[in-house]
Design a protein around this ligand. Structure first.
Ligand code: DX5
Ligand code: ZN
Length: 234
């Protein structure tokens, strides 16, 4: 990564107070969030059940930043259309959850959203081959999907370096830029290591919404994340 890398922080609302969701997303936006990370679980592809397009539509007017919808669902395609209508800006899905990955990526872009694939800790990076030109973002899971508050899986770092190489190679031959986002167990004390491995976008759920913050507005934890990231610029 170079001094010009823009680092993005994407709070996962999975750990927010759902009874005050509008206020929670407004506060993280004011504290400096770049994306709202929106975890969709269907109790089928992953063993948990969370939120759908209605909730995306409900928070949409509360923030101006992009809503980054992470689909942990199977099948995928019908929900892509619903989330695009509900105001999603980015939509990512797991290649194992769609029988036609190329088609689903095209569908996401056709709906006017940025498209991405999500790689589980055990999923090979080769899923990205042959669809690089259809990706706006790659999301690397650093925990097994399904729950917030799990520990970062260290092998993600090597995988992150491998994906960074693939993206840089793609861009060096004229390909479009692709964000590299990491999701799961990201904390103030490991974010710089993950950035050094090549990530530019960081999902953090429990580290942000669980932060002991005097005023409940998350300013403190955001400035800690920003200073950890600025330390690796030199
Ligand atoms: C896990 C979700 C994550 C999760 C991250 O399936 O995709 O976005 O909420 O939570 P933390 O940051 O608590 O690991
Ligand atoms: Zn997620």
């Amino acid at each position: 990564m170079t001094a010009s890398t823009t680092y993005r922080i994407a709070p996962s609302i999975l750990s927010a107070d759902f009874a005050r969701l509008g206020e929670e997303v407004r506060h993280v936006q004011a504290a400096g969030a770049d994306f709202i990370h929106f975890d969709v679980m269907d109790n089928h592809y992953v063993p948990n059940l969370t939120i759908g397009p209605m909730v995306c539509k409900a928070i949409r007017p509360h923030v101006q930043i992009s809503i980054d919808v992470h689909l942990m669902v199977s099948p995928v395609d019908a929900l892509v259309v619903e989330f695009a209508k509900a105001g999603a800006d980015l939509i990512t899905f797991h290649p194992e959850a769609s029988p036609h990955v190329d088609r689903t990526l095209s569908l996401i872009r056709d709906q006017g959203c940025k498209a991405g694939l999500v790689l589980n800790p055990g999923s090979p990076v080769e899923h990205l081959d042959w669809v690089m030109e259809k990706l706006d973002i790659v999301l690397l899971m650093s925990v097994n999907p399904g729950f917030g508050g799990q520990s970062f899986i260290p092998s993600t770092l090597e995988k992150c370096k491998a994906v960074r190489k693939k993206i840089d190679q793609h861009v060096s031959v004229g390909g479009q830029p692709i964000l590299l986002e990491v999701d799961g167990g990201i904390k103030v004390d490991n974010v710089a290591t993950v950035a050094a491995a090549g990530a530019d976008t960081f999902v953090a759920g429990s580290a942000i919404f669980g932060a002991p913050d005097a005023d409940g507005r998350y300013q403190g934890v955001f400035s800690q994340f920003r200073s950890a990231l600025s330390a690796i610029r030199q």
